[in-house]
Write a protein that binds this ligand. Structure first.
Ligand SMILES: Nc1ncnc2c1ncn2[C@@H]1O[C@H](COP(=O)(O)OP(=O)(O)O)[C@@H](O)[C@H]1O
Ligand SMILES: [Mg+2]
Length: 303
């Protein structure tokens, strides 16, 4: 008889995460898979051939799989261990996919090469301000983005060449290595967040920017509403998730009113489950999402 399968998990606790973790653990148990939860790599030490989580006395690299699902608390130390761990055991998402989706330029680069429409973008060296001036002339309006940001933080809309000249001293002060800018897409200030697990459509909701904002992030004053996607949107989301190699993805899509097409703004590798409040609103994709994640873990740990 083969030994019982055992996986490690690190799932966020706020906004209903605790209950989700219990549900996943229960469903895995029904398949004879044991789950060790709360393996925060922050509390782990690497010693010679092992990565040891002290509290649970677990050799994490000996587990059959590690499911990492905590966006808020990821530190450099944790991602460093994430990368090492993934050399030894399967992870969801894979380190490669995780690292890719953490970076907006790399994501757009990969998506474009896979034939997925994104906002037009350019990346240039920090000293290449001439290129930035050329870009603003061509695009009229653009968005400066930190490539590793989240929650709309640090995004700056640049609306004219004067505007750019005014901002340059500030940008130069920030000691950046490069500039990543996107063409500002004219859209109705709403987006689609499409959840995909294992190539399957899980659910969708919309977000609307706050009254005087162009950013749909909740942290920027945006709000969530019920929204059905069409087939085209679902297919774009699936294609984007596949191109990024993400087992789990939340794909953000907006509609470009000028070019009359959908564009992917970003792929989130750790999209939140619906919160208890959102479930009350009618967002009911959590069960399907949990089931598909459990299927996925089962399949990836088959011996
Ligand atoms: N190129 C763009 N044109 C117009 N609006 C944009 C563009 N890029 C981002 N936005 C708006 O800003 C928000 C945040 O951008 P995003 O790239 O998703 O960064 P973050 O990781 O901070 O959420 C988006 O949800 C969207 O509302
Ligand atoms: Mg976003």
């Amino acid at each position: 008889m083969s030994e019982k399968r055992k996986i490690g998990m690190w799932l966020y606790k706020n906004s209903g995460g605790e209950k989700i973790a219990q549900e996943i653990t229960k469903k895995l148990k029904e398949r004879d898979i044991e789950t060790i939860n709360d393996i925060n790599l922050r509390d782990a030490t690497a010693k010679n051939g092992n990565i040891i989580h002290q509290k649970s006395k677990t050799k994490v690299n000996k587990l059959d799989l590690f499911f990492s699902y905590n966006a808020g608390e990821q530190t450099q130390y944790q991602t460093y261990l994430y990368q090492a761990l993934n050399r030894m055991i399967p992870m969801i998402n894979s380190y490669e996919a995780f690292a890719l989706t953490e970076d907006k330029f790399h994501t757009s680069f990969v998506l474009r090469n896979a034939g997925v429409q994104t906002a037009d973008y350019q990346l240039c060296h920090r000293d290449d301000t001439e290129q930035l001036k050329k870009i603003i002339k061509k695009w009229d309006k653009m968005v400066y983005k930190p490539t590793d940001g989240w929650g709309g933080v640090g995004l700056t809309k640049i609306e004219s060449e004067d505007n750019l000249n005014m901002l340059m001293p500030f940008l130069n002060q920030m000691d950046l290595r490069y500039f990543y800018v996107e063409r500002f897409v004219k859209y109705d200030n709403t987006d689609f967040r499409v959840d995909i697990v294992d190539d399957e459509f899980i659910g969708c909701y919309g977000r609307k920017a706050g009254k005087n904002d162009w950013k749909t992030n909740i942290t920027s004053g945006g709000s969530i509403f019920l929204r059905e996607p069409n087939d085209q949107i679902i297919n774009i989301a699936k294609k984007a998730a596949k191109a990024c190699g993400t087992d789990i993805a939340g794909v953000d899509i907006i509609y470009d009113q000028e070019r009359e097409e959908y564009v992917v703004l970003e792929v989130n590798g750790i999209p939140a489950f619906a919160t208890p409040e959102q479930e009350k609103m009618g967002l009911n994709f959590n069960d399907k999402k949990i089931d598909l994640i459990v299927d996925l873990i089962d399949r990836k740990t088959k011996k």
